[in-house]
Design a protein around this ligand. Structure first.
Ligand code: FES
Length: 159
């Protein structure tokens, strides 16, 4: 569950604490970005600015790293993030129909967040569990062998 970090000053002091704890070596950038994303739900502009100042790394570079990894986001996400595996083994196991069902149930497409901020839907490449494809991950819960008609019930598990 993301922590509540409100306001620019809170975000900046949160980032300063992380850099102090983990160090400002360039190799720490990705672990720190993951931690910010995990705790805040996304990586805000303020967080990028503060990281840039503390780690002496251009903000443009931090932004490109943050947008490269699908698990990181520079936009606020919903309370629950649904990752759908779009790689070939899941696709041939029926993934396309599951993807259609997810989009229909949620009224969202790839990368979108619902108006009530409950859901964010994203696609991802192979999650390493192809033997149980199609695979859907909601937050940290992995669902395998998902069928289109299971999607509504699966979504009901989340408040
Ligand atoms: S292809 Fe979907 S988990 Fe590997």
């Amino acid at each position: 569950m993301p922590v509540e970090v409100k306001g620019e000053q809170d975000v900046r002091s949160f980032v300063r604490t992380l850099v102090k704890e983990q160090g400002s070596e360039k190799a720490e950038l990705i672990p720190i970005l993951h931690q910010i994303n995990h705790e805040m739900g996304y990586i805000s502009d303020e967080a990028i600015q503060e990281l840039s100042e503390r780690m002496q790394i251009p903000a443009s570079h931090i932004f490109s790293v943050a947008t490269f990894y699908r698990m990181l986001s520079t936009e606020p996400r919903g309370r629950h993030v649904i990752q759908f595996c779009e790689s070939a083994p899941c696709h041939v196991a029926g993934g396309r129909q599951v993807w259609q069902s997810l989009q229909k149930e949620l009224g969202l497409t790839n990368g979108e967040t619902s108006a009530d901020e409950k859901w964010t839907l994203i696609t991802t490449s192979c999650l390493g569990v192809c033997g149980i494809g199609p695979v859907v991950i909601v937050d940290h819960d992995i669902y395998g062998n998902v069928t289109p008609d299971q999607v509504p019930t699966l979504l009901k598990n989340y408040d």
